[in-house]
Design a protein around this ligand. Structure first.
Ligand SMILES: CCCCCCCCCCCCC[C@H](O)CC(=O)SCCNC(=O)CCNC(=O)[C@H](O)C(C)(C)COP(=O)(O)OP(=O)(O)OC[C@H]1O[C@@H](n2cnc3c(N)ncnc32)[C@H](O)[C@@H]1OP(=O)(O)O
Length: 719
């Protein structure tokens, strides 16, 4: 877990050997303690260098250990022995020094960083704080404002920035370990006291209170209801106002308030869920680690609407040449200008030059004959998409992969009109596609493992979090959204207002409630889908009860809002009113209140007081219930995949872990009981009927979310 060598006859080189990131697991802590003792007691050793194997210094504490009882030597005393020793210790930072790894470096007397290394204290993103002295030592080294920013955001910084801030003593383009060995020899004999960060006094700004207050306001606004950033601020205050030893005590008290919290568990679950999602498996046995993706050098995007433009930008900025296709000259020119503008702004922000030379714009599908992969992003109309796929099948060389960006149509029906159904898959991006991190990779029954591997790997290359899902209407994300939206509108019928529902969801942690979000997305899209599927409009049988469709409860209020030309922010009116079209400041609209009152009295609905608890339970338990059905149906491989989709595609609050994790935190028994209760009250809403999987899990004693897979295994997979 750590290798000990004597090099240059007088330097002890301690190499952490815990792949893949040299996390500070119990055996590693043991090994560091033993190695330091050996180095300090060996008269031949005059200096020590600590580095990490495989070009990675250390990724911090072993997060997996947090879930169980704490074992092995506690980290802080191990690190204190490094600082207290009478021989200079140099940290040789290659790759990364994060969290406890960064704290380890801060206990060393000197730090040398390789120029490509990244450093940071990301604990806040895991719902905890840097509790191995990070909150007390970093402010002493670089001052309160810079330390506060790094600790409360968890931002990783470059070696160059670390040098500028005074965190590292030298940056090298060479091997950091070699440089550190030379450096260590030169440090021998120099006084160590000034190098012990614990002895430094925190430079205290005169406006400390105002600074901390501003930071508090900022984190409350950015991450309302999240505890860890606030605890970080309190810990940094201690660094400014208390002696080191007292500050360390305060740091550990604050850590104790976070360590076992639901938020910490949720955030750490998210960390692993995100990594688990990349590990896809198909029923054939093909999976992420036995299927080779194809290399994609050139791609085409068909359709330069909002989605298509975002996809072009996402591809071009990772160096893939793109042919963008539109059907009319004017649309093509407009798309071209928009894409170039987006790429230029993006490049400026990242300080690189825009890769405009990778782009080609055309009106002709004939130009796509040699590309490696096509992503179709035309209007959401099956007949149109089928025509495009038929045409692509004729034009593209036999090996070209054909992908669709449909948000819910049948991918296999599109595969069926081509000459290569095994090379067809869905790549469902989220809007705006160059910003949103989620990509649903839709596996049709005929998609080959190579096709899925290629789509997943391309997603990763584009910086997306890619999740493999099955081919069912709406796939995973949009399929779950429907019952969630339905509950919100049913609650309106029953007496709630859009503001009340949004506030309950925002207090829960969503950045935007469902109605504000719908206004932002545009209400006309859903209206058109409902018209096309015969739920509203002239196709509805006049004898059909207005609040029922196929025997199920239906709420026509969203249709009525659209019939008034209220399409959301873009028209200046939707569920809310706005000062002008395009404005984002949503204000309650008395006309909507009026519409709701008239509607309720027309249908004899007596409005009732609805509690926030009911809003949360009905909206979120129905969401999870559909998630359970998706798992039952084999359309998602595991609950983590569903949660990742909701975290990255639908802004589910990360400190709640995602809808499935949230259900497990509430307690599956409770979720089942509440769904049964609401289903009894609303028997015409089938989505409220508890799913078989939920019942099965409760019957099995409500295992933790990580174990659900074992209970799903027997079910059929469509992935
Ligand atoms: C009342 C009781 C009170 C109790 C108080 C208890 C006090 C306990 C003492 C605490 C002392 C605090 C110490 C410290 O302050 C806390 C920490 O250090 S927390 C950890 C901080 N570090 C991080 O957040 C880094 C997390 N990792 C990453 O960001 C990335 O993995 C990476 C390091 C940048 C590498 O990225 P990639 O190359 O892309 O690789 P992957 O991300 O895919 O990771 C590969 C593989 O490694 C696993 N992994 C990564 N980091 C860790 C880790 N720190 N611990 C465990 N495992 C880690 C990752 O999951 C992948 O594995 P896979 O999931 O694929 O199997």
């Amino acid at each position: 877990m750590a290798r000990y060598e004597l090099v240059k006859r007088s330097v002890a080189l301690i190499t952490l050997t815990n792949p893949p990131v040299n996390a500070l697991s119990s055996p590693v802590r043991h090994a560091i303690a033993n190695s330091m003792e050996r180095a300090l007691s060996d008269p031949k050793v005059r200096a020590v260098v600590i580095c990490g194997e495989n070009g990675r210094f250390c990724g911090g504490a072993d997060i997996r250990e947090f879930a169980g009882p704490l074992r092995g030597p506690p980290l802080i005393p191990v690190l204190e022995a490094i600082e207290a020793g009478d021989k200079p210790v140099v940290a040789a930072i290659e790759g990364m020094a994060l969290g406890g790894g960064f704290e380890l470096a801060l206990f060393c007397h000197y730090r040398i960083a390789q120029s490509k290394a990244r450093l940071g204290l990301p604990e806040v993103t895991l719902g905890i704080l840097p509790a191995a002295g990070g909150t007390q030592r970093l402010p002493r080294l670089i001052g309160i404002p810079a330390a506060l920013e790094m600790i409360t955001t968890g931002r990783h910084i470059s070696a160059q920035e670390a040098l500028k801030l005074g965190i590292v003593d030298q940056v090298t383009d060479q091997n950091a370990c070699e440089t550190a060995l030379e450096f260590a020899l030169k440090a021998v004999g120099k006084p160590l006291s000034p190098r012990r960060v614990s002895t430094l006094t925190t430079p205290c700004p005169p406006d400390l209170d105002a600074l901390l207050e501003a930071a508090t306001m900022q984190v409350k606004k950015k991450t309302p209801g999240v505890m860890a950033p606030l605890a970080c601020i309190q810990a940094v205050r201690a660094a400014a106002t208390m002696p080191y030893s007292k500050g360390m005590k305060r740091e550990s008290e604050l850590m104790a308030t976070l360590f076992n919290s639901g938020q910490a568990r949720a955030l750490q679950y998210c960390f692993f869920a995100q990594r688990t999602a990349g590990k896809w498996t198909l029923p054939s046995g093909a999976q992420w680690n036995n299927s080779k993706p194809r290399e994609i050098r050139s791609a085409a995007v068909i359709g330069l609407g909002t989605m298509g433009r975002g996809i072009v930008v996402s591809l071009a900025r990772v160096g893939i040449s793109v042919i963008a296709v539109e059907s009319e000259k004017k649309l093509l020119e407009n798309g071209r200008q928009m894409v170039i503008g987006m790429l230029e702004r993006d490049a400026k922000r990242r300080g690189v030059s825009a890769s405009l030379n990778l782009l080609k714009f055309t009106l002709s599908l004939q130009d796509l004959k040699d590309v490696d992969l096509v992503i179709e992003a035309v209007f959401e109309d099956m007949a149109l998409k089928k025509r495009v796929f038929q045409e692509l099948s004729k034009v593209c060389r036999p090996g070209t992969l054909l992908c669709t960006n449909t948000s819910g149509l049948d991918v296999d029906a599109l595969a069926g009109v081509t000459d290569r159904p095994h090379l067809v898959a869905g790549m469902h991006f989220f809007s705006p596609a160059h910003v949103m991190k989620l990509l649903e990779v839709v596996c049709g029954p005929r998609s080959s493992s190579e096709t899925i591997a290629t789509a997943m790997s391309l997603g990763k290359k584009m910086g997306k979090v890619s999740v493999a899902v099955g081919n069912c209407p709406g796939f995973v994300g949009n399929r779950m959204l429907k019952p969630y939206l339905d509950q919100a509108t049913f609650l309106l019928e029953e007496g709630a207002t859009p503001e009340q529902i949004d506030k309950a969801l925002e207090d829960f942690g969503f950045a935007m409630g469902v109605f504000r979000m719908s206004d932002l997305a545009g209400l006309d899209v859903g209206w058109r889908v409902r018209k096309e599927s015969g739920l509203t409009g002239p196709d509805v049988d006049p004898k059909n009860p207005p609040r029922k469709r196929q025997g199920r409860r239906y709420c026509p209020i969203p249709d009525m809002v659209c019939e008034q030309g209220r399409f959301g922010q873009k028209t200046g009116r939707g569920w809310y009113k706005y000062d002008k079209p395009g404005d984002t400041n949503a204000k309650p609209d008395p006309l909507i209140q009026n519409l709701l009152e008239t509607y309720r009295s027309r249908y004899g609905i007596q409005p009732r007081n609805i509690s926030d608890q009911e809003i949360i339970e009905r909206c979120l338990f129905v969401l999870a219930n559909e998630g359970f059905r998706i798992l039952e149906d084999g359309m998602a491989a595991r609950p983590e995949d569903i949660d990742v989709i909701y975290l990255f595609g639908y802004a589910f609050p990360r400190h709640r872990g995602g809808p499935m994790f949230y259900a497990s935190m509430v307690g599956l028994e409770r979720v089942l009981e509440r769904l049964e209760h609401y289903h009894q009250a609303h028997p015409d809403v089938p989505h409220l009927e508890p799913s078989a999987l939920l019942k099965k899990l409760v019957a099995c004693g409500s295992p933790p979310v990580q174990q659900w897979r074992e209970h799903i295994k027997t079910m059929r997979s469509h992935l």
